[in-house]
Write a protein that binds this ligand. Sequence first.
Ligand SMILES: Nc1ncnc2c1ncn2[C@@H]1O[C@H](COP(=O)(O)OP(=O)(O)OP(=O)(O)O)[C@@H](O)[C@H]1O
Length: 736
Amino acid sequence: MKTGAMLRMLDRADREVMKLSRADKGAVYEFTHKFRHNPDNPGLHLKSLHGDSRLMSARINRDYRALLLNVAERDFLLVAVKHRSEVYDDLSRYAYRINRVTGGIEVIDLAPVGDSIVGRVVSADSSVAVPAVADPSVVEPRPRSQPIFGHYSDAQLLELGVAEPLLPQIRALTTEAELLELLDRAPQLTTDVLFALFDGKTYEEVRAQVTDPVRAEEPIDPEDFEAAVARPATQVTSDDEALQAMLVESFGRWQIFLHPTQRKLVERRYNGPARVGGGPGTGKTIVALHRVAYLARQLPPGTDKPILLTTFNRNLAADLRTRLMALGGEELVARVDIVNIDRLASRVVSEARAGGGRRVVNDNDVPQLWADFLIETGDAGWDADFLAAEWTQVILGQVLNSRTDYFKARRPNRGRSLNRMERDQIWRLAERFTTWLEGQGIWTWRQIAERAARLEMDRAAASSAESSGSRHRPRYRHVVVDEAQDLSAAHWKMLRAMVASGPDDMFLTGDTHQRIYDNHVTLSSLGINIRGRSSRLTLSYRTTRQILADALQIMTGEVYDDLDGGEEDLAGYRSLLRGGQPSFRGAATWAQERDLLAEQVRAWGNPIDGSVALCVPTREFAADVIARLEADGLPAVEIGPDGPKQPDGIHVGTMHRFKGLEYQRMIIAGVSDGLVPRQLISRYRDTDPKRYQRERQRDRSLLFVAATRARDELVVSWHGTPSPFLTSRLVQRQLP
Ligand SMILES: Nc1ncnc2c1ncn2[C@@H]1O[C@H](COP(=O)(O)OP(=O)(O)OP(=O)(O)O)[C@@H](O)[C@H]1O
């Protein structure tokens, strides 16, 4: 006779468990272990409850009881952990239903709105105002008695996925405070739909952006709990190890509970390269990590590393390693090559001994090197900046083989066109420049990427020419790339050559709105065809709705690409988290602005636990801010190329350094005209308008990235005239 049982935990229950004392958490773990072994163990007191026929309770310890849904024979779902005094009192307060849209199991708290003390105090205040348009920062008064969702029929709300048992309460909502109270405990899809409608989205927009992405593909039987528990919309954990990590060790919810949209992307079989886009904080990196774990689970056993996980820079690669370790431990990490893209290229080059012992110089130095070269060789007539960009982006960037290739090359985003004679001159100059660099024993990361791409393409060609049993197998079975928007064409060519074309070969995550290095590519022209396999995440897990709305203002009027020649926007980008409005503060001078910063940090209680960061446009400003904080006796920690030098202290860094980081509170300072965007790009305004546009967009993205690192609070400050990226609506909110 079989004595064991399946026991899964619903994501909602884990929130309750996390609030328990260490000893009680331990008891929950013991309980789940025992229960799985034998639910009929008399010590567990498993029994049915009144109310819902599937609802049962079992004893965790003296004080706590587990509420379980019996989804099928010997198959249980832990839906809540309650103090024994609450278990019998409160049963009618909760309903357990299968959502007719997603097919997932939802726990619905039916407590009346206005029951909480906060709810009563706030909703009694008739001056409460509610926003009526897409920007939650815009507040317009609404008469107290008008129902908020009066324009929508029950059928419409249900079609959007709102939980049916909540309809009477939703109908009665008349104030924002009541809505917020209800949404605090409503199922996630209900919250998401109601917020979106409340923010002024149309019914059709909400259906397309919020509901459709989580809609189950098959028809839903609202009584079939066994099918429901297996759907991605029921966020559960089932294995002991995950549960133990949750209960005993510190863990991130992302390690266990994926949003249904995220899970679908992770577990899908793709017929070729796939791409996941989406705004900041929507969990693209999380999806990339889970995708790696998912792919690793399908691999035959071995000790090799058939999966490559790469990203743009060093600190992000280090962060991926840490998070992958948290997700799957040593066993998973052992099967994955985690390396940033430049280091990968440099490894390929050293393996082939193609580096010739040259020292690598920073790509930012290339314009100066070109200028030196032109002076030394007396070649007038060409602008060093122009040549530097043409060399890096077109000649090296596209891995052009010959002058003939260069004659034919497309030069997207490069501004002025070049005739054949000019191309001939540039090609020859580039050849001489390369020799000149070599003579000095130096080369650039761009050159390394180009060399590595060439080596890998040759390797792939050799392997396809050889018969089976070839020495040259593709390096990887799967390639997963995070921050894909920042890779250059040469990087893509190298990666393409490292993995054989086929199902699940490449998985890319990234957001072109966050492109902060000047790399623009069309993937299909590089042999990476993502057509029909491109998806987008839209729900931010990081930033509040208020921060997000202001960050989106920064992006006003700009057009972004989809890495494949088309356009992409942030439609549907939203958050369910709430907080205060970001503050905007202007000062007359930089010295006064620094005082403002110090005052703000003081107002936050001078927290030095690494939860606060200050972001500035240049290194000089960073040095000034560090000095100012230190004058106040505060430990300031610079964010270097490998991330913050220490976890504690107040972190200070330039905008570029903030990619991939997250802070509870952030100040972005020096957001002044002439600094953001950088003054020096104005020289391209007339001479090279396309370049001007590109550089301006890049600076805008830097500010957007910085603004979306803040989880709870954001302050933006400037001195003199504010940056043109701050719309008048934002500047008008300036504090005195
Ligand atoms: N399913 C989830 N459950 C809980 N937290 C999540 C989930 N998905 C993402 N997060 C959290 O949201 C935050 C942002 O996630 P992540 O870094 O993956 O976003 P991203 O889209 O890569 O952001 P960016 O584009 O800004 O780099 C992280 O703190 C992450 O832990």
